[in-house]
Ligand binder design. Structure first.
Ligand SMILES: [Zn+2]
Length: 249
């Protein structure tokens, strides 16, 4: 009854499974998020490579009765090994993977495209990690159908004034005007940051990352987007717990 299927996919997570095997969580283009068992992945030199951050065409067996997938082969497009050479970059990539797992709601084609580009850019632009982080969260909001409006308050529908500082409503999980804000969060966004986010949110990912941002502004907007990520996640993110991404870039 087993069927051969294949899809472009990225390995988000990998844990030991039994003595010799690993259980992988894949973000696939065609089947969304799936768990896949890679048999003999731990010791055999012949075992199929499926390290975290690997991007490629994955060939699987699907058992429709048990509803499980087994990894058969993979044609790698990118291993993204460069990410592992830097602790901070590695954390950023793990944060992306965790956020994709937690927000498993948007369409998988767009999520795969975004994560694939973001991991590529973490390899090629290790000096731009803050901007890559900001743009990853901003673009993921859009994909999940939670696109933030930085031009008007989504609750009272009042357009923001040019120099207005906007706040946040934690029940809605959305930026809003001062009157509509909840008091349990200090998330605020100044007019400069708002202009940057409005300008870049419609751009494709690499063009958005290329937009210049001062170090100070990048630090502030990054802190904001990391907290935003916690809201859309619905729970604390393990990759933010140590505070490394908040302080390192
Ligand atoms: Zn309002």
């Amino acid at each position: 009854m087993e069927r051969n299927v294949s899809s472009l996919a990225i390995v988000l997570h990998s844990i030991r499974y039994g003595q010799m095997n690993r259980r992988l969580k894949l973000l696939t283009l065609d089947f969304g998020l799936i768990d896949v068992v890679s048999y003999g992945a731990r010791k055999s030199v012949k075992a199929v490579k499926g390290d975290v951050f690997s991007d490629g065409q994955f060939f699987l067996y699907y058992n429709p009765v048990k509803r499980d997938y087994t990894l058969k082969d993979v044609q790698l497009i990118a291993t993204h090994d460069e990410i592992r050479t830097d602790l901070g970059t590695n954390y950023a990539a793990l944060f992306f993977c965790e956020l994709v797992i937690n927000t498993n709601g948007g369409d998988s084609t767009s999520q795969y495209g975004l994560l694939s580009k973001a991991l590529d850019m973490l390899c090629s632009h290790q000096d731009l990690v803050a901007r890559i982080l900001i743009q990853f969260v901003l673009h993921l909001l859009d994909i999940c159908g939670l696109q933030a409006d930085f031009t008007r308050c989504p609750i009272c529908e009042r357009p923001y004034a040019a120099e207005e500082i906007i706040r946040f409503n934690s029940q809605m999980g959305s930026p809003c005007c001062e009157s509509c804000a909840t008091l349990d969060t200090a998330m605020i966004l100044g007019p400069g940051a708002r202009r940057y986010l409005t300008l870049t949110k419609g751009m494709d990912f690499p063009s958005a990352v290329a937009v210049e941002l001062s170090d100070r502004a990048a630090l502030r907007i990054k802190a904001y987007m990391l907290r935003y990520a916690t809201f859309i996640s619905g729970r604390e993110l393990k990759t933010l717990a140590g505070g490394m991404l908040q302080t390192l870039f």
